[in-house]
Design a protein around this ligand. Structure first.
Ligand SMILES: [Zn+2]
Length: 376
């Protein structure tokens, strides 16, 4: 398999810097889509844009025109305020680069290799939308990547499932000076809810997480707030645990409402991102390709973050590479991580990832026994 040329690597790094300079939120990744699209078209590939009803999703394909495919998944959305603090510019180029590697071997492919652009990983879950619309119905396996603030290379990492909830308390507004007794304070309910969550936290599994913020705490000092709202994330490594947590979370909210004479409503804020299940046989193929680059990736290990790749991983064989972007560990979703994600080291490691993922995709697309092994 042909590695990426120096010119391709430089062009991919420039694409990464371009996406990084133009951070865009979930479902609005128009600049990124434009830049990736122009890049792929320069390299002779046609894009199908807007797949699955998502404006900023796309697909392109090499090998057999029809039939099943091995998929490489690119992400390119950013975070509010911090920009590319999760380094999805690198997920984009490592999978675009992998696709170029596979395209160089197009004539040999028994099944196609696709590059699928999946918007809105940070908020909304674009892969969940695409799954629902059948975009992955003919996908045999999914490969992807994620930059890491740790020093280790990892394949077959698992991840926590997450679900987001919007909790709204409704009370009664009243003059805070002349008639506080007539009010029912919705902010008090939110405060009691947080206290209740804190009391519950020590009972949770070690890896489970509950975290939130007050998104509405009233509007004026002299009015008893009639409406207050908090947004929470709940995470666990097993779906059953998470389901149980969601139930308990609801009971604590009801308790806070009861204490304060308010009403509570819980709505979905973020759809259910399933825990990531890695496919060890697929991971063996990817790890084997990384070893050709002299790396010894760690296998497995729980990433205490969440991704909509989890939903893909419960439907079809999925595995991913986590690659370092910094010599010294940096926290995820931080300004340090953002800056590290356009470093020379980050780009070098993204190219290694691209070559390993591309080579793994070609191996799968040219070896039926291997495809049967990962499917079993
Ligand atoms: Zn991310």
């Amino acid at each position: 398999m042909a590695p990426l040329t120096t010119a391709q690597a430089e062009e991919l790094a420039e694409l990464s810097r371009d996406i990084h300079r133009h951070p865009e939120l979930a479902y609005q990744e128009r600049h990124a889509l434009g830049a990736i699209g122009a890049f792929l078209e320069r390299h002779g590939h046609r894009l199908e844009r807007g797949i699955g009803g998502l404006e900023t999703a796309f697909r392109t394909r090499v090998g057999p025109k029809d039939g099943p495919a091995i998929a490489l998944l690119a992400e390119y959305d950013a975070l509010p305020d911090i920009g590319h603090g999760c380094g999805h510019n690198l997920i984009a180029i490592s999978n675009v680069g992998a696709f170029l590697v596979a395209a160089a071997d197009a004539a040999r492919l028994e099944v196609a290799v696709e590059l699928i652009g999946t918007p809105a990983e940070e908020n909304g879950g674009g892969k969940i939308d695409l799954l629902r619309k059948g975009v992955f119905d003919r996908t045999l396996a999914a490969l992807s990547s994620h930059p890491s603030g740790q020093r280790e290379w990892t394949v077959s990492g698992t991840g926590l499932g997450v679900v987001g909830k919007r909790v709204t308390f409704t009370g009664v507004a009243s003059h805070a000076g002349s008639a506080p007794e007539k009010g029912r304070n919705a902010l008090n309910a939110v405060v009691r809810f947080f206290v209740g969550i804190d009391g519950w936290r020590p009972q949770l599994d070690g890896d489970a997480r509950v975290h939130g913020y007050i998104s509405d705490g009233g509007k004026a000092m002299n009015v008893v707030p009639a409406r207050a709202e908090a947004i929470f994330g709940l995470r666990a490594k097993e779906r059953g645990t998470l389901d149980g947590m969601v139930q308990r979370f609801g009971e604590i909210a009801k308790g806070a409402a009861l204490l304060t004479g308010t009403k509570v409503e819980i709505a979905e804020y973020l759809p259910y991102y399933e825990p990531v299940k890695a496919n060890m046989a697929l991971g063996d193929v990817i790890a084997g390709e990384l070893e050709r680059h002299g790396l010894r990736p760690a296998r497995g290990g729980l990433v205490t973050a969440s991704t909509d790749l989890g939903n893909v991983s419960t439907k079809l064989p999925t595995d991913w590479v986590r690659f370092p972007v910094s010599e010294k560990p940096v926290p995820g979703h931080s300004a340090e991580m953002r800056d590290a994600c356009v470093s020379d080291l980050a780009h070098r490691n993204a190219m290694i990832t691209a070559e390993a993922l591309g080579a793994a995709a070609v191996r799968l697309a040219t070896d039926r026994t291997l495809r049967e092994r990962i499917a079993s």
